[in-house]
Design a protein around this ligand. Structure first.
Ligand code: FE2
Length: 186
């Protein structure tokens, strides 16, 4: 089986496990959209699609594996990705590129210069919010215990923050959804 398919199956199975604090929803309502947008961006900017897809699949894996790793899940995630990919004999130079994407996906605290590939994952992590509005409402009502107005305001602010983080290329892709959300969530 192709490496990307192996990693896809692996991450989905990990998301199904009981120890996953977020539940299967992190796969169904977040990771699959991050993968979708990361690949789309890779095509648009000419980044390496395989690196980008593997990094998108693994970018939140540390917090799925163990919620205690959440705070630094970019650091742990990069280490875990290395261990996993080495088991598949993935080339070391490509492992480094995947690690770079995972390390830099939470702002650029440690990494100042983003590669084309990391930019795709950073953009996709924010773009994914525009495909998961129902699950964001679920989070607002059931986890954050918000009322309808609070949830509405929280969501529009969250989407505005996500929008502001996007690269010009990603904004082009997401513009129609952002504008629709602004009309509906006024
Ligand atoms: Fe994420």
């Amino acid at each position: 089986m192709e490496i990307v398919e192996e990693i896809r199956k692996f991450v989905e199975e990990e998301c199904k496990k009981k120890v996953n604090y977020f539940g299967y929803g992190i796969w169904a309502h977040h990771i699959i959209y991050v993968v979708k947008y990361a690949k789309l961006m890779a095509k648009r900017v000419g980044a390496n699609e395989e690196i980008v897809e593997i990094a998108a699949l693994l970018h939140d894996y540390a917090s799925v594996k163990d919620y205690k790793l959440y705070e630094d899940h970019h650091l742990h995630g990069a280490e875990l990705a290395e261990q996993i990919l080495k088991k598949y004999n993935y080339p070391l130079n490509k492992i480094e590129k995947v690690k770079h994407c995972i390390l830099s996906h939470r702002g650029s605290k440690i990494i100042s210069k983003l590669t084309k590939e990391s930019l795709c994952v950073v953009d996709a992590d924010s773009m994914a919010h525009f495909d998961s509005i129902p699950s964001l409402f679920y989070l607002a009502f059931f986890s954050h215990k918000m009322n309808i107005n609070e949830a509405n305001n929280w969501l529009i602010q969250k989407l505005e923050r996500s929008w502001n983080k996007l690269s010009p290329e990603a904004k082009e892709v997401i513009k129609a959804k952002f504008e629709a959300a602004r009309v509906l969530l006024k």
